[in-house]
Design a protein around this ligand. Structure first.
Ligand SMILES: C[S@@+](CC[C@H](N)C(=O)[O-])C[C@H]1O[C@@H](n2cnc3c(N)ncnc32)[C@H](O)[C@@H]1O
Length: 250
């Protein structure tokens, strides 16, 4: 699911970047700190830490070698290492951040405990898959109208136990973090036209595109046409995406 760095950029990397910038403003970390970006992928958040937070050093960690290769090209100022959220080894930092990752980690409580072990300040964000990430919500609603099997794949249902304010607060508190706060970050997601909206769903990278790739071509086309009928027929398609962000101190 995570091998196509370019496909990921077109699908959701382009929208995660503005969320990363808003998130860092909200975290409000002073300059000169060391940062660890867990699940850094193609480096959207890592790059934004370098650009906005005046860090002393930034290390990005991700299990996908393909994503790290792209991140190294795109973000020369950071170090990138293969690794996983549930075992950060002997790394330490002033701040651990993790953008759009925890829904993909099987043992999420262990991951957050690991974040709190290696850094005194821990922040993260996840898409509001249930409703506020409109691009994905629209896709899954159309997919479920075409394919009853899509229900079990819908990220809004699969990730409901993590990607909502209450579960996020409980995870941070459960890891022993204090002063825990959760906020919603909303960014515009404006598509040039329907092709710009749809084509990334054909790219195979990310949960919804990976699901779409398992369907016969006719069913994929049915979802596409249903979505086309539900979106503006002319001009740009102006949607928004909400992420839930959480922060806490050790
Ligand atoms: C949706 S991407 C987010 C990438 C990046 N943080 C961003 O904001 O664009 C999810 C990332 O989580 C990574 N990932 C999946 N399982 C992981 C795990 N167990 N530990 C750390 N990262 C993981 C994937 O390789 C992928 O890069």
């Amino acid at each position: 699911m995570w091998d196509g760095g370019d496909a990921y950029e077109r699908y959701v990397g382009r929208w995660s970047r503005p969320v990363a910038a808003e998130f860092l403003r909200w975290l409000d970390v002073p300059p000169g700190r060391t940062w660890l970006d867990v699940g850094c992928g193609t480096g959207a958040l890592t790059e934004t830490v370098l650009a906005e937070a005046h860090p002393a050093a930034v290390v990005g960690v991700d299990p996908s070698a393909a994503f790290l290769a792209l991140a190294r090209q795109r973000v020369p100022g950071a170090e990138f290492e293969v690794g996983t959220a549930v075992d950060l080894g002997d790394r330490t930092a002033d701040v651990v951040v993790s953008g759009l990752v925890l829904t993909f980690v099987p043992d999420v409580a262990r991951a957050v405990a690991e974040f709190a072990r290696v850094a005194p300040y821990v922040g993260s964000y996840l898409w509001d898959y249930r409703s506020g990430m409109q691009m994905m919500r629209l896709f899954w609603d159309a997919a479920k109208d075409v394919d009853p099997g899509a229900e079990s794949q819908d990220e809004g249902l699969r990730f409901a136990d993590v990607s909502d304010p209450d579960p996020l607060r409980a995870l941070w508190t459960g890891a022993g973090l204090k002063d825990v706060e959760v906020t919603g970050i909303v960014v515009p997601t404006v598509f040039r036209d329907f092709a710009d909206f749809w084509e990334p769903f054909e790219g195979g990278t990310g949960a919804a595109p990976a699901y779409a790739a398992t369907l016969p071509a006719e069913q994929r086309a049915e979802i596409r046409e249903l979505l086309r009928s539900r979106l503006p027929q002319q001009g740009p398609i102006e949607l928004t995406a909400r992420a839930w962000a959480v922060r806490g101190v050790r």
